[in-house]
Write a protein that binds this ligand. Structure first.
Ligand code: DGJ
Length: 731
């Protein structure tokens, strides 16, 4: 089993296929974090922790005779606050008398079969894996706060999940001002921090910096996980590459405000604390009340960044997303957004579907503009009933005609939002998040509904279900197009306003849960102005997320590559759009756009009327190719072949089947040169001794040749030239 407790040495072992995670109850009953890394067998790794009397790092009262013992230097599993550990704390608990101190001691533990779940929050599912739960109880008896630290292990995927239940076990009120999901102390190492920052239309840009003696903060206060800082970060050896070196991943399964803090302390140890952001957060814990933190998904690999990504890809496909999508082929779609924007009617949509059908496209998604008085992006949000003037016969007519072609029909919603000029706002202005005495901050001319309210959730459920029941709608694109501000709920008293941001997320998840339970045949595509909520929380409800509003394939190379460090391509919504591209004005070939979009959930988003017959033929061929490689791309092992930190003029990546009997090699040259150096890559993941044929040629190579010698593409010229090569094992 993957979890055990050695009572003699007071050591907890969490073991996965390639990793060991150790904790120890020390003499003071503090739960120490001992080790996380490659497997180490049965050795008690606490020999690594050496204590020294360091000036200004004080000593707990009971250890006052021994100055070598300090909470400030101890590697801890979940640190308290205000009692002499001056590093980042895991919790901030304020007692009724104003005291801000909390000091945890071990009280007991249980190892239970199965995986824990978290009330109201998405968490890793057990599905086909065998899992256990370790529940360690710590408490501070003075303030009356208990924390239950929860752990589970995905053995084959080298993934450990963590969450915390914080309970008021006293008889007085406690105010939580910080409640992290996990804290990890790593005593040795020379690390780089990798994080994924960005902005609208340029999400998840990888940034790698060397850790220095300071505190790095990655987070969001936008009420969404955000385009700006993804809730996923990596610590890796300074010399780690895509295929070598130790890498730790920290992924928060949460779609709201988050914060990950990384501190390198006076002794060179590194502490990582991750969880809900403590900015604008507080939670009122009455006696006996509990607070549940979101889950953190940890992983370690000593096989470099590709190894770490592989762990996350498998865990997300099989244990975060609903498992039913694992073996379900998703339709190649056309979305009308960049084809028509708001300028459409029934005839235009049906004609788009007819043309799409002739090319082999399998689903049409009707985007923004079908409801209320939504003629542009200034009005209509909240009035979720069809605009019959624009679409006479309603959605049923459109869905029926599309179904008659043999295609599926999908529809866009933006449930959490509201415009001023709507029936909904006229009837329920109190449903908006806004300060009582202040005009709300506007963005895209819209406001945000108070999702913490049950009546708001019920309204959205009822009116969206009425739409879903009115026609055969098999896909919903769930959008979210602004950052949240004026986080104030009319229903809550002053002392609970710090809870609104998290209650907003709980309300959103409750609504998503209701739809996924009651409409199991409707697949949700997550979206937030592109990839503003690209996180494991949303992936629990929707197996794919629109990756970015930038559909330019050259910009997408970086966006999708950045996304790939934590998330599999099966989650990345990616479409072929028009050239010149609507966001950047850049011209690219159909082939380049196709290769990039195929490394995601494939679709089209352009006006088919404007295409030449040759281009239509290209679409047909692309779709055939995509079907041919579907499972290799969606379930194969993904390898980045070009190192982001090196200046390269090309970008290459590869998919290898689970059986290692085929590989799909992709390359796009982003900067062509006369008299060029030849793009050259070393493939990964093949069988050393097998021979692989380059399909369509009589060229054969051993796996060892392709992995050690590599493959050279020769000179490539033209507009962002690209290649997609299929290597098949000769049996
Ligand atoms: C933002 C999305 O990312 C786009 O694809 C599109 O759906 C628009 N919203 C519609 O308003």
């Amino acid at each position: 089993m993957s979890i055990r407790f050695d009572g003699t040495r007071k050591l907890f072992f969490l073991e996965s296929k390639n990793t060991t995670y150790q904790m120890k109850i020390n003499k003071m009953s503090v739960l120490e974090h001992v080790y996380y890394g490659a497997r180490v067998g049965d050795t008690d790794m606490s020999y690594l922790h050496q204590y020294l009397d360091r000036g200004f790092s004080g000593n707990p009262f009971e250890q006052r005779a021994y100055r070598g013992c300090s909470l400030d230097l101890m590697a801890q599993e979940y640190s308290g606050c205000g009692v002499g550990d001056y590093r980042i704390n895991s919790i901030m608990a304020v007692s009724e008398n104003g005291s801000r101190s909390c000091d945890f001691r071990y009280k007991g533990h249980e190892i239970k079969p199965g995986k824990y779940s978290i009330p109201g929050l998405p968490s890793v599912r057990m599905n086909r894996d065998e899992m256990e739960t370790l529940e360690i109880t710590l408490a501070d008896d003075v303030i009356g706060v208990q924390v239950k630290l929860l752990y589970s292990v995905l053995f084959d995927k080298d993934v450990i999940t963590r969450s915390v239940i914080i309970k008021n076990i006293g008889c007085r009120q406690v105010q939580l001002e910080k409640a992290a999901s996990a804290s990890i102390d790593i005593p040795y190492g020379d690390f780089d921090l990798i994080q994924f920052h960005g902005r609208h239309c340029m999400e998840r840009q990888m940034e790698r910096v060397r850790l220095t003696h300071d505190i790095h903060v990655i987070g969001s206060k936008r009420g969404m996980s955000s385009h700006h800082h993804n809730p996923f970060s990596i610590l890796c050896d300074h010399d780690a590459t895509e295929n070598n070196g130790n890498c730790y991943g920290f992924m928060l399964m949460y779609s709201g405000n988050h914060k990950t803090e990384i501190e390198k302390d006076q002794a060179g140890s590194v502490r990582v604390v991750t969880g809900i952001s403590d900015d604008n957060f507080s939670w009122n814990l009455a006696a006996e009340d509990s607070f549940y933190t979101p889950e953190t998904i940890l992983s370690f690999s000593n096989r470099g960044l590709n190894g770490l990504s592989g762990n996350y890809h498998r865990a997300i496909r099989e244990n975060v997303c609903d498992i039913k999508y694992l073996d379900m082929k998703r339709p190649v779609l056309i979305n009308n957004w960049e084809a028509t924007y708001f300028d459409f009617d029934t005839a235009k949509i049906i004609s788009l579907a007819q043309q799409a059908h002739e090319l082999g496209i399998e689903m049409l998604v009707l985007d923004d503009g079908w409801f209320g008085n939504r003629l542009d992006d200034n009005a209509g949000l909240g009035d979720w009933f069809v605009n019959e003037e624009k679409l006479p016969g309603g959605l049923k007519k459109i869905a029926d005609e599309i179904n008659a072609l043999g295609m599926k029909f999908g529809l866009w919603f933006e449930p959490e939002m509201i415009n001023e000029n709507t029936k909904l706002y006229r009837e329920h202005p109190e449903w908006v998040l806004r300060d009582p005495d202040r005009e709300p901050m506007m963005s895209r001319n819209q406001m945000v509904l108070d999702m913490s309210r049950k009546d708001v959730q019920d309204y959205l459920y009822d009116c969206i279900s009425a739409v879903l029941d009115s026609a055969n709608i098999e896909y919903v694109k769930w959008d979210f197009n602004r950052s949240v501000a004026n986080v104030y709920s009319n229903l809550l008293p002053a002392e609970k306003q710090g809870e609104v941001a998290h209650r907003f997320m709980l309300g959103t998840y409750a609504l998503m849960e209701r739809f996924t339970q009651n409409y199991p045949n409707v697949m949700i595509e997550g979206c937030a102005g592109g990839g503003g909520r690209f996180d494991a929380g949303i992936l629990y409800y929707s197996p794919q997320i629109w990756c970015s509003d930038d559909t330019d394939p050259i910009a997408r190379l970086k966006i999708q590559k950045g996304t790939s460090y934590g998330y599999p391509v099966s989650t990345m919504g990616s479409h072929v759009s028009a050239s010149p591209n609507h966001q950047t004005g850049r011209e690219t070939t159909f082939k380049t756009r196709g290769i990039v979009a195929m490394s995601g959930t494939f679709g089209y988003e352009l006006d088919l009327n404007k295409l030449s017959e040759d281009e239509k033929e290209e679409i047909k061929e692309q779709i055939e190719e995509f079907h041919k490689y579907y499972w290799l791309i969606q379930k194969g092992t993904y390898y980045r072949l070009t190192d982001e930190t090196q200046e390269t003029y090309y970008n290459a990546w590869e998919f290898v089947s689970e059986e290692q009997d085929e590989a799909l090699l992709n390359i796009v040259v982003t900067d062509v040169h006369a008299n060029p150096e030849f793009p050259h890559v070393k493939l990964c993941g093949l069988k050393v001794k097998s021979t692989y044929n380059l399909e369509g040629t009589d060229k054969c190579f051993t796996g060892a040749a392709l992995m050690n010698g590599g493959y050279s593409f020769g000179a490539m010229s033209g507009i962002y030239p690209c290649e997609q090569l299929h290597f098949v094992e000769k049996k």
